[in-house]
Design a protein around this ligand. Structure first.
Ligand code: CAA
Length: 383
């Protein structure tokens, strides 16, 4: 298995790394403290092509492969995990499903605007009573002539309130279970569609998370994404890719905490020497580095498979599971190495620890990732 990056992937990573260092890093602390959507930064990411990296050029994107896009999420998240998830959701689970399942008219209307950042996208699957059990959604879309009428509510929607278009999953045929779900593209401002409560979260400040309400929202036939009954498959197949994005976000967070810990332990002196000279510190740093390396290999492997169009459901879940647990461990250890200072806002590690937690929860909790991996083992899906 060759995990070496190509010259193009390296060059793209350098470009995003420089941009993140110059533009995102100076804004990361303020974005966290103010909890404001960093619209100007997102616009500049759009101008540079970062929001449309894996989108084909004919639809306004850069036409890069999936691994290049994953490297970009990692680099952005290294500086700001909040901006990392805005990118991951906008591109990975809001734009790419339209590229894969949309009609040419839908691609012209939505993908071209999403790829350049003119519009922001969101993915609306979760509901108050349907989180891990995604097929228990109750939002209903009932046929009305050629079109549909949508009623229901969604919860915890990333980019909720700032998005211009939402991919909304609704039940069209309740008797068909997972095969009775259909996806719709709902634009902001559609009569009957309202953004509800915005969540106040532990971390990822600056990345809005909101409830959505649909009351007799009339949708034209052209608002349907894919065929009737295809929605659950669309959601699950896009989450395969999305989970690799969350693994990359976790990796960026973990690397940032590790680098901060290395720098700090070299300068912090106690008992007459730098704390990096104590064996306890060195063993902790060695474990952090090993976990990060392993998380990176799993993430790049899954992304490489996705780039080549190979099925990677279990590999994506493994990457997300391991990388997010790594981010939580590494950030917790980093706070510990910083001692009392680590618990203050003076250093970034407390933010990194708060931001890491959600990577174990969203795009399927890590318990759900284990279920997905186990199902794959059952089907003989892994070597
Ligand atoms: N690709 C394509 N199709 C898939 C699939 C995949 N990865 N996984 C399942 N399917 C298909 C199955 O083949 C099956 O179809 P058939 O009957 O034709 O075979 C159908 O979908 C139902 O599959 P399951 O029986 O496996 O479904 P299930 O009800 O047992 O649920 C689950 C599976 C994995 C638990 C799923 O409910 C799940 O992933 N839950 C977690 C939800 C989640 O990840 N939410 C994330 C929200 S978005 C988010 O968090 C974004 C953000 O803000 C950062």
């Amino acid at each position: 298995m060759d995990l070496a990056l190509t010259a193009e992937q390296e060059a793209m990573r350098r470009t995003v790394r420089d941009f993140a260092r110059d533009v995102i890093a100076p804004r990361a602390r303020e974005t966290d403290e103010r909890d404001e959507f960093p619209r100007d930064v997102i616009r500049r990411m759009g101008d540079l092509g970062i929001l449309g990296l894996p989108v084909p050029e004919e639809w306004g994107g850069v036409g890069a492969d999936y691994l290049s896009y994953i490297l970009a999420i990692e680099e952005v998240s290294y500086q700001s995990a909040a901006i990392g998830v805005i990118l991951a959701v906008h591109t990975g689970v809001a734009t790419l499903p339209i590229v894969m399942f949309g009609t040419d008219d839908q691609k012209r209307r939505y993908v071209e605007r999403l790829a350049t950042g003119e519009w922001i996208g969101a993915f609306a699957l979760t509901e108050p009573d349907a989180g891990s059990d995604a097929r228990a959604i109750r939002t209903r879309a009932v046929r009305d002539g050629d079109g549909y009428v949508l009623n229901g509510s969604k919860a915890f929607i990333t980019n909720g309130g700032v998005a211009d278009v939402y991919t909304v999953f609704a039940v069209t045929h309740p008797e068909r279970g997972a095969h009775g779900v259909t996806a719709f593209l709902v634009e902001q401002g559609t009569p009957g569609f309202a953004v509800g409560r915005r969540e106040e979260k532990m971390g990822l400040h600056g990345s809005p998370t909101a409830a959505l309400e649909f009351a007799d929202v009339r949708l034209a036939p052209a608002q349907r994404l894919g065929a009737e009954g295809e929605g659950f498959k669309i959601a699950m197949s896009q989450l395969d890719g999305g989970r690799i994005g969350i693994a990359a976000q976790a990796l960026g967070i973990a690397r940032a905490a590790f680098d901060a810990a290395v720098a700090y332990t070299k300068t912090r002196r106690q008992f007459g020497r730098a704390i990096a000279d104590f064996q306890a510190t060195r063993l902790t740093l060695a474990q952090m580095a090993t976990d990060i390396e392993a998380a990176q290999l799993l993430t790049y492997r899954a992304a490489g498979m996705r780039s080549r169009g190979q099925p990677c459901t279990a590999e994506a879940s493994m990457a997300k599971l391991f990388a997010s647990d790594t981010a939580m461990r590494v950030t917790t250890d980093a706070v510990q190495l910083f001692g009392g200072y680590g618990y203050t806002r003076e250093y970034p590690v407390e933010r990194l620890m708060r931001d890491a937690k959600v990577t174990q929860i969203y795009e399927g909790t890590n318990q759900i990732q284990r279920i997905v991996i186990a199902k794959s083992l059952e089907r003989g899906g892994l070597p």
